[in-house]
Design a protein around this ligand. Structure first.
Ligand code: NAP
Length: 274
């Protein structure tokens, strides 16, 4: 499958938060034309509302949406994936590519519901895809080849970065980068509160916190340096940063973050079960 999506038809099944973000971002970045998108939701009223909001065709008919589409993007909740895959199985062929963003649901489960030979790829994006700053982990099922993985990467590269992993790592990706924006927002909110506590207006405190997080992240990504070394460069002997770090260590920030991700990864294993 070619990685050029401009002439491809895409069915987005379950245009909720994540499906909607992907449609909006791909259309706004001119990667897909709105008339080549067929989206679905569960409720008629929501279909009408979403069609106006996104400027694409939205229905509740999954079978019609996948018929003849080049790419089928499954964006429903994990518990609905099996039923949805069985519903569309008669219309999906090995010439299409099925990409599921559902947490927890293995490619093998989707393959067996769709029927042998259909290429299935799993992608685990996150909400910053809405501004082209997403992070998406990608893995392939047994009938997908390198071309299918490249096509999925090309699709998600439009809305951020991608990394290809073995499927055994997908729950970890879910726990770290898909849930991750929530952890970062809590950290930013807390830092902004801290700014307010030490006398800054809230808007300035939020700007300082968010741009500092963006700057530090950019340095890690662009230099490839270990975060611990970068932290050392900020920590002047007997300065104020080391006093702050002592508070963070006493508050067990590191172990708390590690335990949070471990919990989320455990939960990611169970989601598909309901
Ligand atoms: N949110 C994230 O940050 C994130 C990140 C990575 C992956 N994901 C994955 O993305 C998937 C969706 O999550 P979400 O947060 O976007 O949930 P969501 O906002 O609840 O969206 C689910 C959508 O699926 C629709 N739907 C339900 N049953 C359907 C059916 N049988 N046929 C067609 N559409 C149906 C719903 O329609 P109605 O609107 O009419 O109810 C809704 O629009 C999940 O599997 C999740 O694991 C989410």
């Amino acid at each position: 499958m070619s990685a050029n999506f401009s002439k491809k038809t895409i069915a987005v099944l379950g245009a909720g938060k994540m499906g909607g973000i992907l449609i909006k971002a791909l259309v706004e970045k001119h990667q897909i034309s709105p008339e080549r998108v067929r989206a679905t939701v569960a409720h008629e009223g929501r279909a009408k509302e979403l069609s106006q909001k996104l400027g694409v065709k939205v229905t509740t008919d999954n079978v019609a949406a996948v018929d003849g589409a080049d790419v089928v993007l499954i964006c429903v909740k994990p518990q609905v994936v099996q039923e949805l895959a069985e519903q569309i199985s008669d219309k999906v062929t090995a010439q299409q590519i099925v990409i599921s963003v559902a947490a927890s649901v293995h490619t093998s489960q989707i393959e067996s519901a769709l029927g042998a030979g259909v290429p299935v790829v799993r992608a685990m994006p996150n909400t910053p895809c809405v501004l082209g700053q997403g992070m998406t982990g990608i893995c392939k099922g047994q009938y997908a080849d390198k071309g299918h993985v490249d096509a999925a990467c090309a699709l998600f590269n439009v809305v951020g970065r991608t990394v290809v992993v073995d499927e055994k790592h997908m729950d970890a990706v879910t726990a770290l980068s898909a849930s991750g924006p929530a952890y970062i927002y809590i950290i930013l909110e807390s830092l902004a509160e801290a700014g307010v506590k030490v006398g800054l207006p809230r808007d300035i405190a939020t700007l300082l916190a968010a741009q500092t997080a963006l700057g530090a992240s950019t340095v890690v990504l662009e230099t490839g340096d270990h975060p611990a070394l970068l932290k050392d460069a900020v920590t002047t002997p007997a300065g104020c940063t080391i006093d702050a770090i002592m508070e963070l260590e006493e508050g067990k920030l590191r172990v708390t973050l590690i335990k949070a991700v471990v919990k989320a990864a455990q939960r990611a294993k169970e989601l598909a079960l309901g």
